[in-house]
Ligand binder design. Structure first.
Ligand SMILES: [Zn+2]
Length: 245
């Protein structure tokens, strides 16, 4: 059994340095556990899981100890792009730019991108929320990764064993032990040059399994301007909107 109590910044418990930025809400869940765990559910809501009868002083101490982590995590979360609402005119991130969403009256029209760059989807499908866009992200990820893989594999004589589209949320791609290339459908949110870079990166792993100097040299040989594609992923990777697969 556990109970949930809500505290806000003004609570005496939190009268400490850790929380002396903008206020955020804290939810403490007491249970039979042995350790204290902190997790931000969003930038303004911290969930603390704590053993039964943990004192307020103890919690305040933990918050103080974790002040840097708290500030950093909140900054990252605040910068995150919002999960799209499936309503007319909503802006959707696709291939590195924002596209308007148009909800169609045809109930089950699959998500598509028109020639003018508008994303369309049927109203019944849209009711499922942002997840309804995943088939479009998958399709574009497959289309573009296959395009670049074919181009570079041929040019550099690197034989991969097919492409798999995954739902990974913490890695863009990987090269399997049998040279299958895996790419997350989230990659379709990135610009084409980043997709190109990631394909070249995974292909280069067929020759160099590590991230050694030789690997990066080979990669640069394959795609001399690879940094351009890499930087978008580095800068925006943890801002991607949360969309469930
Ligand atoms: Zn790598």
């Amino acid at each position: 059994m556990h109970c949930t109590r809500k505290h806000d910044y003004n609570d005496a418990m939190l009268n400490n340095e850790a929380a002396k930025t903008t206020p955020f809400e804290i939810k403490v869940i007491y249970s039979k556990r042995k350790t204290i765990e902190l997790r931000f559910l969003d930038a303004d809501l911290l969930q603390i899981k704590a053993p039964n009868r943990t004192s307020k002083q103890k919690l305040a101490d933990v918050l103080l100890q974790k002040a840097d982590w708290i500030a950093k995590t909140r900054r990252t979360l605040a910068e995150r792009w919002q999960t799209p609402q499936m309503k007319q005119g909503e802006q959707i991130l696709l291939l590195g730019s924002w596209h308007s969403l148009k909800i169609l009256s045809t109930p089950n029209a699959k998500p598509q991108i028109s020639e003018t760059g508008v994303i369309t989807i049927g109203k019944s499908l849209a009711e499922a929320g942002a997840s309804a866009l995943v088939p479009l992200y998958r399709q574009l990820t497959r289309q573009w990764t296959e395009h670049y893989a074919q181009l570079y594999a041929q040019r550099w004589q690197l034989a991969h064993q097919g492409i798999r589209i995954t739902s990974a949320s913490t890695r863009w791609g990987s090269c399997g032990p049998k040279n299958t290339l895996n790419f997350s459908w989230r990659l379709a949110m990135a610009p084409l040059i980043s997709i190109e870079y990631l394909v070249v990166h995974e292909l280069a792993h067929i020759k160099h399994r590590d991230h050694s100097k030789a690997f990066w040299q080979f990669l640069k040989q394959m795609m001399p301007h690879f940094e351009e594609g890499q930087s978008w992923l580095k800068q925006n990777g943890n801002k991607l909107p949360k969309i469930k697969p």
